[in-house]
Ligand binder design. Structure first.
Ligand code: NDP
Length: 479
């Protein structure tokens, strides 16, 4: 199936008529083509967004909210179709797309449709100076949203929904390897009555289409989720133009397990936090640290559970682990497994490609558990972004804190303990934007989301996102 750019409420071929193959990761076959858009297409999308802005920015909050909630409802009504498309495009189990990706995309629109009606600004009385200040939070204008392939519609809409709720018009680019649901979203937006030009979706390569969005002089803000290297590049290009930037980047998150935790809950959740979405979630707990007294027991129990995970075709109901996103990506992940061996790591389970009958050219890999000799080896420091976790014992709280923080990333951390004082001590000191205690990936969309260090700049979620997508302007009136 071929897809097209969505510009000014209509579907268009790329100006150059150049196309890129779209692969199905579950069988390695090309199943469609996507536009290889260039500067012209981005310019057309910008012009369309610019023309829609005066009217959309003055559309009442009630009306904006109504349209966003309508989009949410239409996504829910089309969940089967969207989940199927997401699973085919990305290789993730359809069961996951159905309960996580698409419902969350719908929630993003519903949440920001409601949030915008509650978003308020401040006023400050300058006591003794006969003056009052009030702060306007005005939409920025045309903004750019660029998203990755691991949670395609989920992360695409996590940016678009607050951007348009706040009154901006958007030029957006999904990852070139997972464009399908972003394409289908255009139809839903039209059906929901989103005015033409408020959302424009341009497909193509990061280095050309994405780059053209970032380089565009009049696209005033960029919200980007993706790899740290790409984020650094975008920051460099955007900084001289003084664009507003939100960067949600990579992670290498510690999962710290103390002996006093609720063991069964921890075990269940740790399997999930290690391998959900084939381990391709920026929040996965890819470095597992276990208190020495339970290390051997954990090792045995964890490996047993991991062995039971079924690697299979994404459309099969009992598949736990689907296909990785692409040929180059599975090669990258396999290379890290080789590096682990060279660094004297012990592969306790996995490490091999899996052949799924009937889909022999798909990108399937066993969930892989590696016991590492120390925390400084490359597999413990670099983001692998696949179904690979490391395990390592620790003796003391201070030691594990040091190891947990001794990476360049700082996105999230998970703690398993029933000791309240330790929870607070550690949560205060862990270098991460998100800490989960006795749970993983539990999300409340009102909370700030984002990382520190090489995991990014800025926060998304709740009013933080609405603040990002608006400019604060203070008005001071002397009376
Ligand atoms: P990339 O950085 O490769 O790409 C992300 C997006 O940026 C894609 O749409 C890509 O397009 C585009 N892009 C690439 N180069 C440029 C450029 N020069 N200018 C503008 N846009 C560009 O990341 P991946 O898609 O590989 O995603 C995986 C990464 O995302 C991991 O590091 C992961 O940790 C991170 N991530 C972070 C999250 C967070 O919230 N912190 C959440 C999810 C993922 P194209 O794909 O077409 O090349």
């Amino acid at each position: 199936m071929n897809i097209q750019n969505y510009i000014n409420g209509e579907f268009h071929n790329p100006a150059s008529n150049k196309w890129i193959d779209n692969y199905n990761p579950s069988n390695g076959e090309v199943y469609g083509q996507i536009p290889n858009s260039g500067k012209n297409d981005v310019e057309n999308a910008y012009i369309s967004a610019k023309s829609a802005f005066p009217s959309w920015s003055l559309t009442t909050l009630e009306e904006r909210s109504r349209i966003l909630i309508k989009i949410s409802e239409l996504l829910e009504a089309n969940i089967e179709r969207f989940a199927k498309a997401e699973s085919k495009d990305n290789g993730k189990p359809i069961s996951l797309a159905k309960v996580v990706d698409i419902p969350r995309a719908a929630s993003n629109f519903r949440f920001f449709g409601n949030a915008i009606t509650q978003f308020a600004s401040e006023s400050h009385e300058s006591v003794g100076q006969n003056a009052i200040n009030y702060t306007l939070r005005q939409p920025i204008g045309v903004v750019g949203c660029i998203s990755p392939w691991n949670l395609p519609l989920y992360l695409f809409t996590w940016k678009i929904a607050p951007a348009i709720a706040a009154g901006n018009c958007v030029v957006a680019k999904p990852s070139e390897v997972t464009p399908m649901t972003a394409y289908l979203l255009g139809e839903i937006c039209n059906e929901a009555g989103l005015p033409k030009g408020v959302l424009n979706v341009v497909h193509g390569l990061g280095t050309s289409t994405g780059q053209a969005i970032v380089e565009h002089q009049d696209i005033k803000a960029i919200s980007f989720t993706g790899g740290t290297v790409t984020g650094a590049h975008i920051a460099k290009v955007a900084a001289p133009m003084f664009k507003k930037l939100s960067l949600e980047l990579g992670g290498k998150n510690p999962n710290i397990i103390f002996a006093d935790c609720d063991y069964e809950d921890m075990l269940e959740s740790t399997v999930h936090s290690s391998f959900a979405n084939q381990g391709q979630i920026c929040l996965c707990g890819s470095r597992i640290f276990i208190e020495s007294s339970i290390y051997e027991k954990f090792k045995k129990d964890f490996v047993e559970k991991v062995k039971a995970l079924k690697v299979g075709h994404p459309s099969e109901k009992d598949t736990n682990i689907g296909a990785l996103i692409s040929k180059p990506h599975i090669e990258k992940v396999k290379n890290y497994i080789s590096i682990a061996k060279e660094e004297n790591g012990t592969v306790l389970f996995g490490g091999n490609e899996v052949t799924v009958k009937g889909y022999e050219n798909g990108y399937y890999l066993e969930p892989t558990v590696i016991e590492v000799p120390n925390d400084e080896c490359r597999v413990n420091q670099e983001e692998i972004f696949g179904p690979v976790v490391t395990i390592l014992p620790f003796n003391k709280e201070d030691d594990v804190l040091l190891m947990a923080n001794k990476v360049k990333f700082g996105l999230s951390a998970t703690l398993w303990t029933n000791n309240l004082k330790r929870t607070i001590r550690m949560s205060n000191q862990l270098q991460a934007g998100i800490i989960w205690v006795n749970t993983w990936m539990m999300r409340d969309l009102r909370t700030p989301f984002g990382g520190v260090k090489a995991s990014g700049v800025g926060r998304e979620g709740g009013f933080e996102a609405l603040r990002f997508f608006t400019e604060a302007k203070n008005v001071c009136i002397k009376y």
